[in-house]
Design a protein around this ligand. Structure first.
Ligand code: FES
Length: 163
């Protein structure tokens, strides 16, 4: 994964800011990992983990333990926009499968893959807590419900238009 020294410096500054907030150790580590993902296209490169480890004075194995335990984090490169599609039963029975197939076709990827232009990574998730408006997906944390294949295309096109 490519990144600039400026991005590394930004991460360092933001993690130092997190450190001044005097949170519990685990909380500040989670905040730092979240910040790294914001800066590095939804993933945590090893250099970012090293910065977090150094600034928070936490061993690298602890940083990696959390970065690899929680599915919301990833140490492998992902796209600029992270799509999480709910695959739990309530969404599935109201058309989730058709919408997932449409998403894969529109993006030209399988679940777990990133589009060739690096814009989107498609992942699945268990219940996103919005079962009443299923099928549901989140893009970069923003929820979209009552999805249909046509609606999904409109949403993806709107993200492509912002390039
Ligand atoms: S089952 Fe899909 S949001 Fe709850």
């Amino acid at each position: 994964m490519k990144f600039t020294m400026n991005e590394i410096q930004q991460l360092k500054a933001r993690v130092e800011e997190i450190k001044t907030q005097k949170m519990e150790s685990g909380d500040e580590l989670l905040m730092a990992l979240h910040t790294a993902q914001e800066l590095f296209n939804n993933s945590i490169p090893i250099k970012a983990a090293e910065v977090i480890s150094e600034v928070l004075k936490v061993k690298m194995n602890r940083v990696y333990e959390l970065a690899t335990f929680y599915s919301m984090y990833s140490t492998r490169p992902r796209g600029k926009h992270l799509i999480r599609f709910c695959e739990s039963l309530p969404c599935h029975v109201v058309g989730g499968r058709e919408v997932t197939e449409a998403l894969k076709k529109i993006l030209g990827v399988k679940v777990g893959e990133t589009t060739k232009d690096g814009l989107f990574t498609l992942e699945t998730s268990s219940c996103l807590g919005l079962c009443g408006v299923g099928p549901v997906m989140m893009i970069d944390g923003e929820a979209y419900g009552n999805l249909t294949p046509d609606r999904v295309k409109e949403i993806i096109d709107s993200y492509r238009g912002e390039k």
